[in-house]
Design a protein around this ligand. Structure first.
Ligand code: CA
Length: 489
């Protein structure tokens, strides 16, 4: 691959070539129909461009796989099966600027570039369907905010470490000239842009159309839920609370609802629709004829697939301390891999194979946990207990937490149990100054599970560990002298 292809400014051009020729560029499939900058002329073009964005998100090196599993493999609730597993370079922090997968950088920037193309053209569209136009524009903005958030989390230190003074990633809000050589913005500047994009998108989607269920598309309740998480990472706790509450109210008024205890185990395999959206606020829809393949979470996480990544003994000890916790139903002891526990949250829909499992990127359970955390942080433990109990009592109706028992630690423990395998743990552990701690617990039922050999600095670390951020891929550094590398690489 020619190194100039890494350059940010070349991404849009490279995608265009990949699309027009049907070439296999970085495994982008020919069906990835991201429109060229001259093609968004009518509402239908806009819809096609958005579908191209969702199709690119579907790639196993994007949101059907790598961009999600990073947060699991780098944390302490999951671990790679062996040192040669696909997830092991993340789990063992084995990458250098030469070996880091460039997809961590390229996919989000390709997607941002596609959003910029839509946003640059959309105001020129003449249509009487302004509600749909605004919904499309709102999606492009909200998605751009999501992609920048993920880039900032991967390449920049947690905001609270230094109030965002360290380097994040370049903020790109327009279609770049081929010769553009953007510099990295600070983490603080990135958060300002992330919050602006999500807020602007949410405002445009505040319509019947924008609040409603659309299969595989982000909508206002989903964007509000993501924004509440962003506010927590950014330390805006009062806004995190009001935004999570708005998300819950918007979602529930449109028929979304937390899965019940009885529904929980099978809910992951349900092919949701507008009549019963459940708690899936935003998902990547994978189908058999549109499959992300075996590198996707459905195959990677499965003991009958690549059995690449599994639960740690410390996590299983935590979850199984209550044998009646319904979440054990998606963390069963494997009948296939002796004394190991795999996460079964990527279940195929209907008659699909496991590779085709949908990926739930935003769930209403997380929104409740965001609300509980934000309420606690703003001093309202009674309210925090209400939101937390929706999750605690759903997991086991015999359990509840009183306001007196509410602590940040208690809420984060529930978050671990609820969101394991969904790419959260590493970021949740570090964003408030906490630790990732990898240790083995002796449990007879899963006695095969031990952490792989690693140095002490990888067994326990916080945001001072320089490898808690990825290196910028060397191709980008070589092509753009304005891009500075992270310390320690
Ligand atoms: Ca599916």
């Amino acid at each position: 691959m020619n190194k100039t292809i890494y350059r940010l400014s070349a991404i849009a051009a490279a995608l265009l070539i990949a699309c027009s020729c049907g070439n296999d560029w970085l495994d982008l499939e020919s069906s990835t129909a991201i429109s060229t900058d001259s093609s968004v002329k009518v509402l239908q073009d806009c819809k096609a461009s958005l579908n191209g964005i969702y199709s690119t998100m579907q790639n196993a090196y994007a949101y059907s796989g790598r961009l999600v599993y990073y947060g699991d493999a780098a944390g302490d609730d999951m671990q790679s099966y062996k040192a040669t597993s696909r997830t092991a370079d993340v789990y063992l922090f084995g990458y250098t600027q030469n070996t880091v997968k460039e997809s961590y950088w390229l996919y989000p920037y390709s997607l941002i570039s596609a959003c910029n193309t839509v946003l640059e053209q959309i105001d020129n569209i003449e249509t009487s369907e302004t509600e749909f136009l605004n919904y499309y524009k709102g999606q492009a903005l909200a998605l751009r905010g999501m992609f920048l958030f993920d880039l900032t989390k991967l390449f920049g230190y947690p905001y609270k470490k230094d109030n965002g003074a360290s380097l994040g990633v370049p903020i790109v809000t327009e279609v770049l000239d081929r010769n553009a050589k953007p510099s990295r913005n600070t983490v603080a500047e990135c958060y300002t842009q992330i919050i602006k994009d999500l807020t602007d998108g949410i405002a445009l989607m505040n319509t019947k159309t924008g609040n409603s269920f659309h299969k595989g598309w982000i909508n206002r309740p989903a964007a509000l839920s993501l924004l509440s998480r962003v506010y927590l990472y950014h330390g805006d706790d009062a806004k995190a609370l009001s935004t999570a509450q708005e998300a819950i109210s918007a979602a529930e008024s449109k028929g979304y609802a937390l899965w019940t205890n009885a529904e929980y185990n099978n809910a992951w395999a349900v092919d949701v629709d507008a009549s019963a959206p459940g708690e899936t606020l935003f998902e990547i829809v994978n189908l058999t004829d549109d499959s992300p393949g075996k590198e996707a979470l459905g195959y990677l996480y499965n003991d009958y697939g690549y059995y690449d990544i599994l639960c740690t003994s410390s996590f299983y000890s935590l979850l199984s301390s209550d044998p009646d916790d319904v979440r054990l139903s998606v963390a069963p002891i494997s009948p296939k891999r002796t004394k190991r526990v795999f996460i079964k949250k990527y279940a195929p829909q209907g008659s699909e194979t496991i590779s085709d499992a949908n990926i739930r990127l935003l769930r209403l359970s997380e929104t409740y946990l965001n609300a509980a955390e934000a309420a606690m942080k703003t001093g309202d433990n009674t309210l925090a207990a209400e939101y937390l109990n929706a999750i605690v009592s759903r997991a086991n109706p015999a359990n509840s937490v009183s306001a007196d028992e509410i602590t940040l630690d208690r809420i984060m423990t529930e978050r671990r149990k609820e969101l394991v395998g969904e790419g959260h743990r590493f970021f949740d552990a570090l964003r408030d100054g906490g630790y990732v701690e990898r240790y083995d617990v002796s449990i007879k039922a899963i006695s095969s599970t031990k952490h792989l050999v690693m140095s002490d600095e990888k067994k326990k670390f916080n945001w001072d560990y320089d490898h808690c951020v990825l290196p910028v891929p060397v191709g980008e550094i070589d092509a753009n002298p304005n891009i500075k590398q992270n310390p320690g690489y």
